[in-house]
Design a protein around this ligand. Sequence first.
Ligand code: IPE
Ligand code: IPE
Ligand code: MG
Length: 249
Amino acid sequence: MSTQPAAASLEPEGGLKIPRHIGVIMDGNGRWAKQRGLSRSDGHKAGVEAVRRVVALAMDHGVDCLTLFSFSAENWRRPPDEVRFIFGLLRRFVASDLEKLHSRNVRIRVIGERDGLERGLLNIIDDVEARTAGNSGLDLIIAFNYGSKVEIVNATRAIARKVAAGDMRPEDIDETVIARHLDTSGLPDPDLIIRTSGEMRLSNFLLWQAAYAELVFVPENWPDFDESVFVRALRTYTQRERRFGGITT
Ligand code: IPE
Ligand code: IPE
Ligand code: MG
């Protein structure tokens, strides 16, 4: 059994196709800072402003679902001070922006490994998710301490446990079952993935979910992300022909 690709809607004005779900690999904070003789922390701080912009842009353009890659499972390889700073930014972002996002009907969900995160941060994440769970506007997914391979390992273990317990047969496992055990369960697959800073790789982001995503790489570093970059990415997406293995008639 195969899952149906999500249909993206066509925006009448401007002729831009609006993806239902956009994933963003927010890269280039360090290079942005270096070019300005600033610290990497300054780059990450400037990156938070770009997060505010992309959330507003997604809402303004009628995107249903926005997933932001903000800290990868591999980012622990960075110096502890930088890791601490990024964790602090997440806390401060939630403290300063939660009310506004909640009042704008945004539903926030955090995906990624919870193991290894300290209790205080886990409480904040649980609180944010619970507070906004009933909202029906933009689905904002923050991929934090997220790695797609770990996510798939966890899903496989959960399914294996069910089989071992006799609650499921191996032949019951299909694409839908696997998708339901991923962190993104219930969300549509991303139609468009944007990566900033000119790097052209996924870096362990939504590997399963991105099977048929359109990938758009833009040269701007993340702190320079603005409406013109966003609209350019949407224009590129609009020009792509999505065939999902079929042919165009
Ligand atoms: C993206 O910017 C932010 C995170 C990965 C947390 P980087 O910090 O990777 O910036 P560059 O790639 O070093 O420029
Ligand atoms: C990917 O960026 C992770 C995030 C944007 C959070 P990285 O800067 O960590 O990716 P690599 O190491 O260049 O692949
Ligand atoms: Mg980087």
